[in-house]
Design a protein. Structure first.
Length: 253
């Protein structure tokens, strides 16, 4: 997996995309140190992330998991012993439900990686304390409990977790439509300012208005879902999204 550097300069922001579900990993690097968000997915890809960063002379000094789903709480031994963080709710889920989270990775998931799944510490507050640029945290209940987006105000980069995707519909999962709308509204001010948006699955949105259009698409879908209408959303034709839409409709009642 190679890095696409979506922000360059003294602070670099890179995105690597897995062959599985277009899952993204995001790195924020400065002065040879890095914050790594949601490294994913397959074991060889996790090894490639670790070796690729080491080859660039970049040491991972902090990790972050946006939510407690199995594909977002992964790690590799060669990424080192950096502290890994998440919201308090996510840390609690990972501590109490680790066996179930690991089981979702499948019986062939390597033991050396299984032991590192979900080993995150709880963060209180709305900023990440690390030796790099300012990172603000926006925690909400959309999609998953304690779901957190990361906002880099100086670089105008939003790492959104499993929202604002070009390939996935809004997935209610364990949230309600009201939860999801509240999450969207929480993110709206930074979406309006974002020059780069990184979704948890899909392609990076970059350029004037690109993040806003993603937000508007998610909001239009939720509005139609709540109204009981069939949304005119092209994402419903993507793999797995017809079933996801049916699950959303059932959850919305």
């Amino acid at each position: 997996m190679g890095w696409r550097w979506v922000v360059d300069g003294p602070v670099r922001v890179g995105v690597a995309t897995s062959r599985r579900d277009l899952t993204t990993s995001t790195v924020v690097a400065v002065d040879g140190r890095a914050l790594l968000v949601d490294p994913a997915w397959e074991p060889d890809e996790l090894a490639g992330i670790a070796d690729g960063l080491a080859g660039l002379g970049i040491e991972v000094v902090a990790g972050f998991a946006t939510h407690a789903h199995h594909d977002h709480v992964l790690w590799h031994p060669r990424l080192g012993p950096a502290p890994r963080f998440a919201s308090a709710r996510v840390a609690d889920i990972c501590a109490n439900d680790r066996e179930a989270i690991v089981a979702r990775l499948g019986e062939h998931w390597p033991a050396e990686l299984a032991g590192l799944v979900g080993r995150v510490g709880a963060l209180d507050g709305d900023t990440l304390d690390w030796p790099g640029p300012e990172v603000r945290l926006f925690t909400h209940q959309a999609h998953a409990p304690g779901h957190t987006a990361l906002w880099l105000p100086q670089q105008r980069v939003l790492v959104a977790g499993d929202m604002l995707s070009d390939v996935e519909l809004p997935l209610l999962e364990s949230s309600t439509p009201a939860d999801y709308l509240a999450g969207l509204e929480l993110l709206r001010p930074v979406v309006e300012r974002a020059a780069v948006l990184v979704p948890g699955h899909g392609r990076v949105a970059a350029g004037a208005g690109a993040a806003r259009r993603r937000w508007q698409a998610d909001r239009a879908y939720l509005d139609a879902l709540i109204a009981g209408d069939d949304p005119a959303d092209p994402r419903t034709g993507n793999a797995g999204m017809a079933a996801a839409h049916a699950e959303n409709r059932a959850a919305a009642g």
